[in-house]
Design a protein around this ligand. Sequence first.
Ligand SMILES: [Zn+2]
Ligand SMILES: [Zn+2]
Length: 432
Amino acid sequence: MNVQAQLAKGSFQCHCGRVHQCDTTLLRIERGVLKELGTILAGFHHLLVISDGNTRPLCGQAVIQVLKDQGFTVDEAFFNQKTVLVPDEKAIAAVEAVYTEGTQAIIGVGSGVINDLSKYIAFTHGIPSMIVATAPSMDGFASSGAVMMLGGFKVTCTRKAPRWIVGDIDILTAAPMEMIRSGIGDILGKYSALSDWKLAHILSTDPMCDLIYQMVEEELEACVDNIPKIMERDPDAIGRLMESLAIVGISLAYQGSSRPASGSEHLISHFFELTSIMKNKPYFPHGIDVGYAAVIAEILRKQLLQEDPGTFATDFNRREWEAGLQDVFGEMAEDIITLQDDAKTYTTDRSALIRENWEAIQDILGQTPGVEFMVEKLEAAGFHLDEFIALYGWDSIRSGVLYATDLKTRYTLLELLSDTGYLKRYATALKF
Ligand SMILES: [Zn+2]
Ligand SMILES: [Zn+2]
């Protein structure tokens, strides 16, 4: 698919019956693209640039200089820190303090968090945002969702995707290796996410679209083939990875949700991020958690494939569940219980539907490439399961499998395991 041509259309009627739309109109990952900023932003005069202690020296200063040289008025929200910026109320207030009535666009220089913050602020004021990507670290660049930390909760706010996504290949190639590996991990998680999407299409209400599915699958395959070159920092391979991440993000805008790119593996990764933040403990960058979680999901997927559907029966025990949530999530447990009660997650009996569709479900579970393949690809990208176990420990990993599904109301392999009565059994016995 020619993505740039597709983007230029804005919205289009798809053969799946829906109209797909993306607010991003331009994706340019190339050498020297910063010099083009004035042309790309023609018609705008007053901009607000957001950067932090890592991205300002790397690229933010150059962006500001280029824009000033080309006659723009530039205000700056600079987070003078090298540690991970948390996109919370405090960060929002810091940008709002610099925003003026005349600001016409927000220019974020960075990757995940700065892009989310830019999208969030731009939407509040009804103006467009741009992301100047500094690392190919995750797939949210073109997503319309802004993942924020509000009231202590990780919430995805519906905003607009950045109108422009640009990245200079030389800057992306020099990104920290951990960020690059995070981008690979986020993409490798798509085997699991796409599989879960197909499950949800049968067992829940998620609409399927072949075009979007193929977009994601194509980028996944391109990345898998390129892992050795990406790890050598080959500029073309890194540029391609960045493009893949952006295109996956565009597919999410088309779908109107993160469904094509985020399934059980993302729920498990969210669990580690959230519980680590709660306990003030270290955690891996997003895509690295996703990569490891994708191995866990693959283990569970292939286990269920072997079971006899005659044994499927939910073994949900409410008292045990509530106590477990309180133990793992503390104060947040109450909100999680309400979320799942409102969605009728544990009062919906899907066992007949699952048995009826077991052949199709088996096909779906069987189509993913297998545990060995996942481990091999991740190892090629410098992931070592020992490091994952060492950071989180088995108790937390098993809790993650058991309770990650409760963080959202999204049908994935984890809910299928719960519906069939295997979730707790697999979580308790998990090893690799
Ligand atoms: Zn479609
Ligand atoms: Zn992700």
